[in-house]
Design a protein around this ligand. Structure first.
Ligand code: AMP
Length: 131
């Protein structure tokens, strides 16, 4: 059965999309740690990020860098932090999280539930800053 992220990429499940290229896809995390928290995923479904081929891993990281620069422009912060966890969804993904302090990357913190209009606006702002 395809992962929830494969179903998002296929357009079967809605998402707040921010970018895609030939091999990768980026959309907002539905329960963000901060506004602009974005997930970057390879279109090819692989559970564990370090099982990706060298080519796909490199492509994912370069795409994540492109998206991170757009998130940084759209969501003022000190840094974009990256994290790879993958304990919940078995489809490799990189979290890009705008942070101002170390504690902002604490995945045990209560997640935000932002109104749909705000999620759409943030996604559109990030998308418009993709170079
Ligand atoms: P993890 O696999 O531990 O890295 O966590 C998976 C992340 O995916 C969590 O931060 C979830 O909030 C996020 N997530 C799960 N389902 C969706 C979805 N349908 N759309 C956007 N984000 C999701």
């Amino acid at each position: 059965m395809p992962s929830i992220f494969s179903r998002i990429i296929a357009g079967e499940i809605p998402c707040y999309k921010v970018a895609e290229d030939e091999k990768n896809f980026a959309f907002l995390d539905i329960n963000p740690l901060a506004p602009g928290h974005t997930l970057v995923v390879p279109k090819t479904e692989t559970d564990y990020i370090f099982d990706l081929s060298e080519e796909d891993y490199t492509s994912l990281q370069l795409f994540a860098r492109r998206v991170a620069k757009a998130v940084e422009k759209a969501c003022p912060c000190k840094r974009i932090a990256t994290a790879v966890i993958g304990l919940e969804v078995p489809h490799a993904h990189i979290h890009l999280v705008p942070i101002n302090s170390e504690g902002d990357l604490d995945f045990k913190r209560a997640k935000l539930q932002l109104p749909a209009e705000e999620m759409s606006a943030v996604a559109a702002k990030i998308a418009s800053n993709i170079e």
